[in-house]
Write a protein that binds this ligand. Structure first.
Ligand code: ITT
Length: 183
């Protein structure tokens, strides 16, 4: 079984592919522009993207929108994570968190799948904390400053396999794989 994963992020693609391969589902990366609406709700962004992309591609496809939600910052950057990463990055977040004791944060992922008969969303999240300094050089995005609950390493200090045991993305893609397997 082959499904297109529309994304420009190679790391996301590799993480998702590793999960899906375990269920004998092949993902193929399709790097085209995703139409994105501004919304506070990741699900709304994904639904809108799915409908627009399907009219273009006309083949079973999957997209994902993810973000980092920090409690002490009123859940910022949330759906704006991509822009915030490009502008202030990990160091900017660490600066915003300077002197703040409540380090609680979570990553959320919404994965959307569409084919001729179905349109469906799956969600995954991982709880954790914003580290006091950036650690590690693996992964991408905010990985160096996020420590999952119960772990001492940041995501950027973990191998992809270790990150996939815990991550928001892995959890959402597993749900998709299980649903596809039952179909
Ligand atoms: P797409 O082409 O798939 O949209 P993207 O990188 O823009 O790729 P998102 O909009 O879903 O992806 O992600 C928003 C940002 O959230 C992303 O740029 C990262 O900075 C951050 N992020 C999401 N998942 C992450 C993860 O697993 N580890 C670290 N940062 C992550």
């Amino acid at each position: 079984m082959k499904i297109f994963f529309v994304t420009k992020n190679k790391h996301k693609f590799l993480e998702a592919s590793e999960i899906m391969r375990k269920y004998c589902i092949d993902l193929e990366m399709l790097e085209i522009n995703k139409p994105e609406i501004q919304s506070l709700d990741l699900r709304e962004i994904v639904l809108h993207g799915l409908v627009n992309l399907y009219s273009l591609v006309n083949k079973p496809l999957v997209i994902e929108d993810a973000g980092l939600f920090i409690r002490a910052l009123n859940w910022f950057p949330g759906p704006y994570s991509s822009y915030v990463f490009k502008t202030i990055g990990c160091q900017g977040i660490l600066k915003l968190m300077d002197g703040i004791e409540d380090r609680y944060a979570k990553f959320k992922s919404v994965v959307g799948y569409i084919d001729v008969k179905n349109i469906i969303l799956f969600e995954g999240e991982v709880e954790g904390a914003i580290a006091y300094e950036a650690r590690g050089n693996r992964g991408f995005g905010f990985d160096p400053i996020f420590t999952p609950k119960g772990e001492s390493k940041t995501f950027a200090q973990m191998s992809m396999q270790e990150k996939n045991r815990l991550s928001h993305r892995a959890r959402a893609f597993k749900k998709l794989a299980e649903w596809l397997t039952r179909l």
